[in-house]
Ligand binder design. Structure first.
Ligand SMILES: [Zn+2]
Length: 128
């Protein structure tokens, strides 16, 4: 019995280590892609169309020490979504706006002009 339990534990560890798992483009992605372009008033850079994006799912909230991460863009064309946000338009638009902006490594990751004022995808802290 212990051998079986150990075997299941090893299989579970292997399954967990295989995340992030590649997934098909979320159903809301085309609409979110249009929304990101519309609110930002930007067009994609040549070669950076929606079909290029590699989509993954992973337990981001569990891995984030603040348990707050629900989406992640990795330059240049990878987006990881937490299982809870696969159909969350705000999260998908947020990550697609990163992809659309294609900031250089030394540039601001969440430019206020786009993420706050134009697209309302982040809020500025107020007061203090
Ligand atoms: Zn972001």
């Amino acid at each position: 019995m212990k051998v079986i339990a150990l075997g299941l534990w090893v299989l579970l560890l292997i399954a967990m280590s295989q995340r992030p798992l590649p997934i098909a483009m979320p159903a809301i992605a085309p609409q979110a892609w249009e929304a990101a372009q519309s609110c930002s008033q930007l067009k994609p850079k040549p070669g950076f169309d929606l079909a290029r994006v590699h989509w993954y799912v992973d337990d981001l909230r569990v891995k984030d020490r603040f348990h707050a991460m629900i989406g992640l863009w990795i330059a240049p064309d990878t987006i990881i979504l937490d299982p809870l946000t696969l159909n969350d338009s705000v999260t998908v638009v947020h990550e697609l706006l990163h992809y659309l902006l294609q900031p250089a490594p030394n540039e601001e990751k969440h430019p206020v002009l786009y993420f706050v004022y134009r697209c309302h995808l982040l809020q500025l802290p107020v007061g203090g």
